[in-house]
Design a protein around this ligand. Sequence first.
Ligand SMILES: [Zn+2]
Ligand SMILES: [Zn+2]
Length: 157
Amino acid sequence: MTERVHPELNKEERVADMVSALRRGGLRLTPQREAVCWELAGDESHPTAQALYDRLKPRFSSLSLATVYNTLQILVEQGLIHELGSAGDGTVHYDADPFPHVNLVCIRCHRIEDLAQPGLQAIAREIDRTSGYRVQGARIVFYGVCQQCQSLEPAEN
Ligand SMILES: [Zn+2]
Ligand SMILES: [Zn+2]
């Protein structure tokens, strides 16, 4: 379930892509913004801005939530990450993997897991070919109750 959806890009390459996207987006590169990129690259937990902020704040006391938000915003605009929307918890989650894959959202514990679905890449290529759009990614979300939460449910009669 947790196999890498897009294994050919290593973390250093992902960070380098994000850093140049920030420059293209007109943001000055600061250690804080670069740290947001490192935190995101290879992150499969689909973090919220607040979660990233909480993880980085101990190392960067001058970090503000606004910096995390505007860094995420530029990365979204440049197509490096996706805004995945809420997982039923009322906050926006970000997907660090922009390549087409299935996201499984648990409506009980609000965790989001990736599910590799190789057929989706072919569909994305087909849409890219026929639509005239330069497709940059896709947002595919399935909602349900994860195995862990199912095991906590009382047995049905
Ligand atoms: Zn769950
Ligand atoms: Zn995902």
